[in-house]
Design a protein around this ligand. Structure first.
Ligand code: 4AZ
Length: 313
């Protein structure tokens, strides 16, 4: 009688081992859009140009890196934003010809690009999901998701960002960009994570004939400054444009760094994917995860139930 339980136990252990290492439950402290190591009362100070971010200032910031076969080293390619404990939202154009998830890794909790700290977490990539309507020519629908092989445990330096459900912006909302990208159009990337406060520029201005001349759709946001002194650049792509909402004391991912004509040019601000427009696309992939986990559990209980019945009869 006791021996007959062994196959069921073995099956349970097998299925348990096949599932992700950490449970798919919310970590304690997994509330989105919070910066545990920062004092939010300081938010709202004007920043001219970029500056070094403080360690833990943008805990959802991810560095997406490719392993180059010749040098056998990972190199930063794009930014990303952690939206839950195994999904990173980024720009589709970052993937270009590198569609194989095996050559990528996601590094989270990073400050200096090439110096880990004790909170840094590195994860291999299980799958890359690119928006099916992404247009390389126009950068329309420049959205992609990286699914990580194993779950990430949150800590004060690793936190998920909130996704907006409705358009929340007002003129007073302070918004920020962050990344390890170039600090000049023809310059080089930075090793320390850079941050800058940006103005959200209305499309009525951004689409003026001597600006982008009508090329910018409602799927995009223009942000930076009219003078061009604050901007994102190559290497920042895929990274976050976040805004702080004092009424809920949380940051929301308003945009994904996508494109622009040059960097820091007057009247050509940075272009960001308007995240709220892709909420259902993102949710459909979150839903896939929930459904597959549920199916796994239903199957598990069916098999275990059958085995128990078999044992009893
Ligand atoms: C890029 O090449 C890129 N100035 C990112 C942002 C901007 C321009 C180019 C915006 O990834």
């Amino acid at each position: 009688m006791r021996r007959s339980w062994l196959p069921a136990a073995a099956l349970l252990a097998f299925l348990g081992g096949a599932s992700p290492k950490a449970p798919a439950v919310k970590d304690p402290g997994a509330e989105c859009g919070k910066r545990p190591v920062m004092n939010e009362l300081e938010v709202g100070n004007r920043i001219i140009g970029g500056r070094d971010a403080q360690l833990g200032a943008w805990p959802w910031q991810v560095s997406l890196q490719i392993c180059h076969p010749h040098i056998r080293e990972y190199r930063h390619v794009c930014g990303g934003s952690l939206i839950n404990n195994n999904l990173v939202l980024t720009a589709a154009h970052c993937i270009k010809n590198y569609r194989d998830p095996d050559i990528w890794r996601a590094v989270i909790g990073l400050h200096h690009l090439y110096k880990d700290n004790s909170y840094t977490v590195k994860r291999q990539v299980k799958a890359i999901l690119i928006h099916s309507d992404f247009q390389l020519g126009t950068y329309d629908n420049d959205v992609a998701l990286f699914k990580l092989v194993t779950f990430v445990k949150y800590n004060p330096y690793i936190q998920p960002i909130c996704l907006p459900e409705t358009s929340l912006l007002s003129d007073e909302t302070p918004c920020y960009i962050s990344g390890w990208g170039k600090t000049k159009e023809n310059g080089q990337g930075e090793h320390i994570l850079q941050e800058a406060q940006v103005d959200i520029i209305p499309l009525s201005i951004c689409n003026k004939f001597d600006w982008y001349g009508g090329a910018i759709s409602w799927n995009m946001i223009c942000a930076g400054s009219e003078s061009g002194k604050v901007d994102s650049c190559q290497g920042d792509s895929g990274g976050p444009l976040v805004c702080y909402f004092p009424n809920v004391t949380k940051y929301y991912l308003i945009g994904i760094t996508s494109a622009g004509i040059g960097c820091g040019r007057p009247k050509y601000p940075g272009l960001y994917v308007r995240t709220v427009k892709y909420r259902s696309w993102i949710d459909s992939h979150l839903l896939n995860k929930t459904i597959s986990v549920s199916i796994q559990f239903v199957l598990l209980f069916l098999i275990a139930g059958r085995m128990m019945l078999h044992t009893i009869l």
